[in-house]
Write a protein that binds this ligand. Sequence first.
Ligand code: FAD
Length: 305
Amino acid sequence: MSSIDKFRRFELDEGAGVSVSFEFFPPKSEKMEASLWAAVQRLEPLSPSFVSVTYGAGGSTRERTHRTVERLIKETGLAPAAHLTCVGASREEVDAVVRDYHELGVRHIVALRGDPLEGLGAIYNPHPQGYAYGSDLVAGIRRVSEDFEVSVSAYPERHPESPDWASEIDNLKRKVDAGATRAITQYFFDNNLFETFLEKVRAAGISIPVVPGILPIVNFETTMVFSAKCGTSIPHWLARRFAGLDQDAETRKLVASAVACEQVLDLVDRGITDFHFYTMNRADLTFAICHMLGLRPAPLEQQAA
Ligand code: FAD
């Protein structure tokens, strides 16, 4: 099917059956705070199934993550999911954070091992009294309350520390057996890799939803650096599309939107209906992609309901 056919088909389908979620990070400054809330306001009318707020490396944003989630609960009709990691805290401290979230009304946690405080690529040492891995954290959350949805990570190109595919899939299975209800993937650009990964996951008897994480590229240089660390491959065709645009922000943005639209429409053709967007706290690209998926802002009275 050509791209033009896909676009036409989406005009007819009007987003039927497509479900989206958005990821934000807690802002560091007043200026960043203002742009986060502008993005939240712009994206809320698209009725995401949830919005998630990340937890900085080594737990460095604990208070800021909490504040952002609290504000989402108090000032919007959105369902927030709080990211939580095992790094730099004892089991008691982590359990206390989980209880605080429950008291606040949060019913969804994205449970992660996390990266070391020194950042991605540094050696990971579990806290001596802490949860060691994502699966231990999921089990810990379940012990505090059965009342949570628990999402976990998944890696279509393998986690950089996984020695082989068997360990990768076993790890995901451990997280599901511990009580995870959804997996959200690391971002990727090659849909064939995602499809092959999904086949492996299903062949292992894992049946929870595996939601592709989509990264609209705000800055190609930064994306290349981060991808090398987190194990996402950059296809040759993608690098070619951004080549020569270093000084041309406007065209870069148009290209980024086209690239991500192509990716999600191709995934829809492969039967995928749920998407998690790494928004980088910006609404523009994510909003445009959702629009192409057929999503439209809900009328005000529905948003309030
Ligand atoms: P795990 O699932 O625990 O796995 C990590 C590695 O350990 C894997 O290689 C696994 O095979 C191995 N492993 C697992 N169990 C064992 C065991 N028992 N023995 C030996 N090896 C084992 N990071 C943040 O700091 N904050 C965030 O908010 C955040 N959000 C994220 C959201 C998503 C959707 C994704 C995909 C990643 C996110 N990350 C975040 C990054 C994540 O913390 C890192 O990728 C981290 O390196 C691994 O975390 P994990 O939960 O995937 O780890």
